[in-house]
Design a protein around this ligand. Structure first.
Ligand SMILES: [Zn+2]
Length: 259
């Protein structure tokens, strides 16, 4: 168990990661490059934002959600992305303490945020970020040698395989992006927790989509993005996986799984 100061630092770090992931996601969606020295500007008046306009969460609250110059509303998405990443990072710090699991959870956060935001915005998973997530997960796993790497590899292949099989069975009504995203999720989670992430992700999807179907707010033809649910499944799996799997007869620890 860690002290409140670490949880607060985790929150601050998470808001910064959320801010970065949101800026990268929105620039990618707009087909601009997200790296390099290009400064962020107001979408309405084009004014280059100064550092005091870019403090995660706080700037939005102080500016009351409006541009300092032209008073145009700033999309609420910036605020929610920063706040939810901060909250998740605080939760991870509280749950894992200063352990390797915290490094894994923290490193996965910008990828989860990026893929969730782009999928919600465009219905599209950017393969480059999903593959980069898989590479990042495997690099972290290398710290534990071959057992860690193999677990990540099997996790990635299992995740890709399950979604791939659904794509084939649905005759391509689902995009390949979700399968590529599972490469990243599987590399981070390892074999058993990758499958649990999928299961929990589909459960989350069902909990949201079935009421919407019943309320006729979506139809069976509506393209509901799966990526955000897979990301939610991964978060639940990180937080609770090692508590859930013993009920199924598996002892597992994250991030290192003992075969
Ligand atoms: Zn403006």
């Amino acid at each position: 168990m860690v002290g409140g100061i670490y949880i607060f630092l985790g929150f601050c770090f998470g808001t910064a990661l959320g801010s970065f992931a949101n800026a990268a996601a929105m620039r990618t969606v707009a087909e601009k490059k997200w790296w390099g020295r290009e400064r962020s500007v107001c979408d309405s008046c084009g004014r280059v934002l100064s550092s005091c306009d870019l403090i995660p969460v706080i700037s939005f609250v102080v500016l009351q959600g409006r541009c300092r110059s032209c008073r145009a509303p700033i999309p609420l998405r910036h605020f929610t992305a920063e706040l939810s990443c901060g909250a998740l990072a605080a939760l991870f710090t509280w749950r894992f303490g200063l352990t390797p699991a915290l490094a894994f959870a923290g490193a996965s956060l910008p990828f989860l945020a990026f893929n969730t935001l782009t999928d919600l915005e465009t219905g599209y998973i950017y393969d480059s970020w999903a593959v980069a997530m898989a590479v990042c997960g495997m690099l972290l796993r290398a710290a534990h040698g071959w057992p860690g790497l193999l677990d990540g590899l099997f996790g990635a292949l299992a995740g890709f395989g399950v979604i791939g099989a659904i794509i084939v069975a649905s005759r391509g009504r689902m995009g390949l992006g979700d399968a590529v995203l599972m490469l990243g999720i599987g590399a981070f989670m390892g074999f058993k927790l990758s499958l649990l992430s999928l299961y929990l992700g589909f459960m989350c999807g069902g909990l949201v989509v079935i009421p919407l179907l019943l309320a006729k707010m979506v139809t069976r033809k509506t393209a509901v993005p799966l990526g955000p649910f897979l990301c939610a499944g991964m978060v639940l799996s990180m937080l609770f996986g090692s508590k859930i799997l013993p009920y199924l007869g598996y002892i597992t620890q994250w991030p290192w799984n003992i075969f």
